[in-house]
Design a protein around this ligand. Structure first.
Ligand SMILES: [Zn+2]
Ligand SMILES: [Zn+2]
Length: 321
């Protein structure tokens, strides 16, 4: 699907409920052949991306630049593969490079801290036991880039014959990148805003201390920007009504904050215990850990605002009024 001029969107299959991820391909008359995001590293995604390139008369070796919105496997997964095959420059926001390295290059060194963090917030041992095998399966779906160049917030770069401003849109990930062209009122948004689902906002051992606070500021930025159109990572490639969606997402998170505050007032609990109230359905271990990280982002936001206390007890950090 054509987005603007030489910029087109491919929908690449991913083994997640969202089904596909958007990969942008730019083949300008004058400028580097560029991908924005790469999709996950699975045989299906690799074949679909090869087909998309082929339809544009391109092969792997023709890619000169890869811009990655954030380090999650469905966006970053093939960055290393593409770099190995083409020598392309892989570029990410400066803040995100460290997150990506810690996660994909130093996973073994980082794992004990991750496990301690889960345990400290009340995760039971049965939920801890599957962290390592689940994590190793995830690692197999990412081929990380050996060299990544840093982009800085406010920098300008060319794409599809236009000049774009690099934006920092943290929350869903610490160094989430957006690209903004004011003339076209077009935002390349990745997962910073999505139709249909609320982008997950999670607190992990390696996150900035208040990802939800970051995300609420990002929603304010998106609201103020009021793009006519946004290219989104899932359920797109294009969405309109970003300002209204940003307001709805803010209301959604405020509702969750109220829920947590009310639950804690009823009975002080760990983030894990609160996650059972916020997400009461039976979940797989991976989804339960994600639910816990999302709950923790909300509880910790209230704690950092001084609206909830937190004390250390035998079962971990317990939030109280
Ligand atoms: Zn993501
Ligand atoms: Zn995604």
């Amino acid at each position: 699907m054509q987005i603007y001029g030489s910029l087109t969107a491919l929908q690449i299959p991913i083994p997640y409920p969202m089904k596909t991820v958007t990969v942008l391909l730019d083949r300008p008359a004058d400028g580097p052949v560029t991908l924005v995001d790469t999709a996950i590293y699975t045989p299906e995604a690799e074949a679909a991306l090869a087909e998309g390139l082929g339809a544009a008369g391109l092969g792997w070796g023709d890619i000169e630049r890869v811009i990655v919105t954030h380090h999650h496997p469905d966006h970053y997964g093939m960055a290393g593969l593409i770099q190995e095959r083409s020598g392309a420059s892989v570029q990410m926001l400066d803040v995100e490079i460290g997150r990506s390295e810690r996660y994909w290059h130093q996973w073994d060194a980082w794992l004990p801290g991750h496990i301690k963090h889960l345990r400290d917030h009340g995760a039971p041992e049965a939920l801890i036991e599957t962290v390592e095998p689940d994590g190793r399966r995830g690692l197999a779906r990412v081929r990380p880039a050996k060299q990544v160049e840093a982009l800085r917030e406010g920098a300008r770069l060319p794409l599809a014959g236009l000049e774009w401003e690099v934006m920092w849109l943290p929350g869903h990930s610490d160094g989430h990148l957006g690209l903004w062209n004011a003339g076209e009122s077009l935002l390349i948004a990745g997962d910073a805003v999505l139709p249909r689902v609320s982008p997950n906002v999670s607190l992990y051992a390696y996150s900035r201390p208040d990802p939800l606070g970051d995300y609420l500021l990002t929603l304010g930025k998106l609201s103020a920007l009021d793009p006519a159109r946004a290219v989104v990572g899932h359920f797109g490639p294009l969405m309109t009504g970003v300002q209204e969606r940003a307001r709805d997402l803010r209301t959604h998170h405020h509702g969750r904050l109220d829920f947590i505050a009310a639950e804690v007032a009823r009975e002080p609990r760990t983030a894990y215990e609160l996650s059972l109230a916020m997400f009461p359905r039976n979940l797989s271990d991976g989804s339960r850990r994600a639910a816990m990280a999302e709950t923790l982002a909300h509880a910790e936001h209230l704690h950092l605002l001084g609206q909830l206390g937190r004390t250390w007890e035998a079962r971990g950090w317990v939030y109280h009024p």
